[in-house]
Write a protein of this length. Structure first.
Length: 352
């Protein structure tokens, strides 16, 4: 197999090479896949090229949807978020500098006005000299009017800067939310899962409250993709994600772990409650038939296998995920379309 080497090319030539490479290596053809291959073949992101070549070498030149999602999450979405966050942060700093300039301007104006008042207070004409007294009052009124006008202008400018900073902050929060969301399913992505899992461990350690972790995998997803195409495969992923959201509502942190695998954090749930929640999703999927809209073809039912672990004092993110993953693997070995808990795996290990 020839190794893919990144070399500079014209944009139109590069786009053609990207499409050709995707076809040659059996890559899915959705937009993020094009971004990954473009980053690889353009040579703009060497880390992507290194990782892609490792995948090509280890998989007989085939690139799966899971490979694409992994590369996108590891490199491209992170890079995009960093660039957007940097741009927005620089804009915020610029607005803050402008606002501080306005504050300095306001302070200088106030000091000037105060100085004028002090000077005028020391030079008040006698009440008997009505002409000079009238001139003094007119000067005082004029100075006050000028100060009121300056203050109004500064307030408007400060209000505009404050609104701009608020808008930029919202844009930054939106960018962060986008960076933590899987665009296909609308679920949280793996980066968000890792953040929330560590947060859940920290809270459980501090408060001594349980929580469960469910790892789920769509059965025979690759076979389904090969038979019906990636677009239909995407519909399957959305169906599973929607079913999980419908069943858990706001009671769980549901994430697309990668490819056809999902991870669910269930706060305040022990192992029994975790299994109950996993079974609720599995059985709900069994009641739903998948129909291909373009042909009205009935594609049957989707099944998933699930593994459940629960937090133990001293757990790390790695140990918790590993036990749930071992339970998931046991569910697959036992025939798929079932839920297995970590204690079943441990009992089987002791017996063996």
């Amino acid at each position: 197999m020839d190794d893919l080497v990144s070399v500079p090319a014209r944009t139109d030539d590069l786009a053609e090479r990207v499409v050709a490479a995707m076809r040659e290596h059996g890559s899915p053809s959705y937009p993020r896949a094009f971004e990954v291959w473009y980053a690889h073949l353009s040579g703009e992101m060497p880390a992507v090229s290194i990782a892609m070549n490792a995948i090509l070498t280890g998989s007989d030149g085939k690139v799966s949807a899971a490979d694409i999602d992994s590369l996108y999450e590891r490199f491209i979405s992170t890079e995009r978020f960093s660039r957007q966050a940097e741009r927005t942060s620089l804009q915020v700093l610029s607005e803050i500098d402008a606002m501080m300039g306005l504050v300095d301007k306001a302070l200088g104006s106030s000091e000037l006005y105060h100085g004028r008042l002090c000077a005028m207070s020391e030079d008040v004409p006698p009440a008997t000299d009505r002409h000079k007294l009238r001139e003094w009052v007119e000067a005082l009124v004029m100075s006050t009017r000028e100060e009121v006008t300056r203050k109004a202008q500064l307030e408007a400018e400060l209000r505009n800067s404050s609104n701009e900073i608020r808008n930029l902050r919202e844009a930054l929060e939106s960018t962060r939310a986008e960076a933590l969301t899987d665009p296909l399913t609308g679920l949280a992505n793996r980066r968000h899962f890792e953040e929330m899992l560590q947060k859940s461990i920290d809270q459980a350690t501090l408060r001594r409250e349980p929580f469960a972790l469910v790892m789920a995998d769509i059965d025979f997803f690759k076979r389904f993709n090969d038979a019906h195409g990636h677009l239909t495969g995407d519909q399957v992923l959305r169906l599973v994600a929607r079913t999980m959201k419908d069943k858990f509502k706001d009671k769980a942190i549901i994430t697309r772990f990668g490819g056809e695998e999902f991870a669910i954090i269930l706060p305040e749930a022990d192992l029994i409650a975790g299994k109950f929640g996993a079974e609720t999703v599995r059985q709900a999927l069994l009641t739903r038939e998948l129909v291909k809209r373009s042909t009205n073809e009935n594609l049957g039912r989707i099944t998933i296998s699930l593994g459940v672990s629960s937090y133990r004092r001293g757990d790390t993110a790695g140990s918790l995920v590993d036990r749930a993953d071992q339970a998931l693997m046991q569910a697959k070995r036992d025939g798929r379309n079932r839920t297995v808990t970590e204690d079943v795996v441990e009992t089987a290990s002791r017996v063996a």
